[in-house]
Write a protein that binds this ligand. Structure first.
Ligand code: PHE
Length: 462
């Protein structure tokens, strides 16, 4: 029943929780690498345009569906379609996707937590060893870290929307902003830091290809936590008095701002560590950046700031990433949790306990995808290669289903729920007459080119 559904206690609470979901590993590590490799300022511009013209309307659509129905994605699709089995299928996808991405995200958060621990105990020498990462992700100690991360996530979620999700966001997000700014200020004082800044912000149009453009859109989509039912679910906890378009703008701005500023941390650090860095192969992935290159950079700081200084800086960095990751993890697990509570009429405690068993079990299997188990490492074979369970989750859910979910929400809002209802919901908490142009634009975009673009991406990856 909607009457006893928990709600965020304030507008700020909602914004911080939604921004907490959006700001994640993707912002702090994925974005800077992608931007630097793919044309710097030119990439930044394309990314920003996508955030405004594509992601913002989709974000408003998700929030509006959630708040109007007071339900998780499955409940929302079911209610608004009068139990139409076709749309219920979309609702199921809207719950299974975050569940699977949650499994994948837990694995990565556990790695980060392990490195945080290593930095705190001052083991930079070990973290910087090129073999450490491979040994760490295939070692049994991983499961101890996983138990801790799962417990932290569980405690936050168990405390509910106000006392858990919102309180955690109110502590962790401001801390994250402070940590980020402090680290950026420090890094900018290093030798050659500004070469990194120039490389990051100066546009190189020659790098812009079709795949860079579509990569920018996928990055923006993932970064804003779209297509995962998260904003539907968080929207269902939002007060009717809150202005959805304004809230969407703030969340998008915070997320994009943090991603941009993270680049001012990562690239100067790389360039001051190695002024002759081979920019063509800047670090082939965010994983190698965070777990191989950055630890080396932190170790090298010992010459500058000593053993304790370098460990402190490394610890603050991994704490920053950990805070970002945990608020995202909480949001993604809350989606299936809210669906189980709604569908099965279960208490939060029971539902979370059930979910914990499933998520942790699958994450254990996904963690064994890197060599620990032959079965999960060579799980299936497609596209001419052996794929691990972890790869499969990534390829299927991140690459393929995410844009599909985005497509489905556009079609649902425009064809089934209808424009007028959507617009009424958007205007619930807004001053009359406000957002006139934005609403016109969102209606137009969501019923024309956004679904077309998302369909093209979906078909292409399939
Ligand atoms: N938006 C997060 C990021 O940028 C990703 C994410 C959030 C993924 C929530 C899943 C769930 O890293």
């Amino acid at each position: 029943m909607s009457a006893d559904r928990e709600h965020f206690s304030s507008k700020l609470g909602f914004i911080l929780a939604a921004a907490g979901s959006a700001v994640g590993i993707g912002n702090l590590v994925g974005f800077p690498v992608a931007a630097a490799k793919n044309g710097g300022g030119a990439f930044l511009l394309i990314y920003a345009i996508f955030v405004v013209i594509i992601c913002l309307p989709v974000m408003m659509a998700e929030m509006a569906v959630g708040r109007h129905t007071n339900k998780d994605p499955l409940g929302a699709y079911t209610k608004l379609s009068d139990n139409d089995s076709k749309w219920k299928l979309a609702g199921w996808l809207g719950v299974i996707t975050p569940f699977m991405i949650g499994v994948f995200y837990l694995v990565i958060t556990v790695w980060i937590f392990g490195y945080l621990f290593g930095a705190v105990i001052g083991d930079l020498e070990l973290l910087a060893d090129p073999n450490t990462f491979g040994e760490f992700i295939t070692g049994k100690s991983l499961f101890v870290y996983m138990a801790v991360v799962a417990a932290i996530t569980g405690v936050i979620l168990m405390s509910g929307v106000k006392e858990g999700i919102e309180k955690a966001a109110k502590v962790l997000m401001p801390s994250l902003f402070v940590l980020l700014v402090l680290l950026v200020i420090y890094v900018l004082t290093l030798d050659n830091a500004f070469a990194g800044v120039s490389f990051y912000v100066l546009p190189d149009v020659s790098k812009i290809t079709a795949s860079v453009i579509s990569g920018a859109l996928s990055q923006a989509f993932f970064s804003l936590s779209l297509g995962m039912g998260i904003l539907v679910t968080y929207g269902s906890y939002m007060s009717k008095k809150q202005d959805i378009p304004d809230s969407s703008k703030l969340v998008a701005l915070t997320d994009t701002g943090v991603a941009f500023v993270a680049g001012l941390l990562i690239l100067p650090a790389i360039f001051s560590f190695d002024p002759n860095v081979d920019t063509a192969n800047l670090s082939d992935s965010s994983v190698s950046l965070i777990f191989v290159l950055l630890p080396k950079i932190f170790l090298s700081l010992q010459a500058d700031v000593g053993y304790f200084g370098a460990s402190a800086i490394a610890s603050l960095f991994f704490l920053l990433v950990f805070f970002a990751a945990i608020t995202s993890l909480v949001s993604i697990i809350e989606v299936p949790n809210s669906a189980i509570m709604g569908e099965k009429d279960m208490s939060r405690k029971k539902s979370l306990a059930t979910l914990a068993v499933m998520v942790v079990l699958l994450s254990v299997f996904a963690s064994m995808s890197f060599g620990m188990s032959e079965f999960f490492t060579k799980f299936v074979s497609y596209a001419g290669a052996d794929k691990s369970l972890f790869d499969v989750i990534y390829d299927v859910f991140y690459d393929t289903i995410l844009p599909l979910n985005g497509l489905l929400i556009c079609l649902f809002v425009m064809l089934r729920w209808k424009k007028a209802n959507f617009n009424n919901e958007l205007m619930e908490g807004a001053a009359p007459g406000k957002h006139k142009w934005l609403l016109k634009y969102a209606d137009f975009a969501l019923s024309t080119f956004i679904p077309v673009i998302l369909a093209v991406i979906f078909i292409n990856t399939v």
